[in-house]
Design a protein. Structure first.
Length: 149
């Protein structure tokens, strides 16, 4: 976990390559969706509804097959999603072993995302994503801590 631009993707890819694990970028999974309504929501810096996001993730994981050693990058992003992934992982007997949190300052986040140059990295969208992460991260971390993750 970490704010947008914290380096979750880079660190996740490094871990996946080093240990031959599966890395899943939830942001990329959602950006790759062909649904124009979803694309519009994402381009504004908003998050898709939890049910839609989780359905997309479930479909992706079902096609993946093997759930051993999966790194989820950018998911969960709110307490509902945290609950959904815990229930899903328990149902599939694949417990969540670890949550990694990357902490990066606001100025560095803005610098990194501006340089990244993705179409959804507008100043307004970046600010919205930073605020959403700040509002949602503590409850998620508390939720996982209560479960010993």
């Amino acid at each position: 976990m970490g704010p947008p631009g914290a380096g979750k993707s880079l660190q996740g890819q490094i871990l996946a390559a080093r240990y031959k694990w599966t890395w899943i970028s939830m942001g990329q999974v959602l950006r790759d969706t062909a649904d124009p309504a979803s694309q519009s929501i994402l381009a504004s810096g908003s998050m898709l509804p939890d049910e839609q996001t989780f359905a997309t993730l479930q479909h992706y994981l079902a096609n993946l097959g093997n759930l051993d050693h999966v790194i989820l990058d950018g998911y969960p992003r709110d307490i509902t999603q945290a609950h959904d992934i815990v229930v899903y992982s328990n149902r599939h007997r694949q417990p969540i072993d670890l949550v990694v949190v990357l902490d990066v300052g606001r100025a560095e986040i803005l610098r990194r995302l501006t340089l990244r140059g993705r179409s959804d990295d507008t100043p307004d969208a970046i600010e919205k994503r930073i605020m959403t992460y700040a509002d949602n991260s503590e409850p998620i971390l508390n939720y996982f801590a209560e479960r010993g993750t």
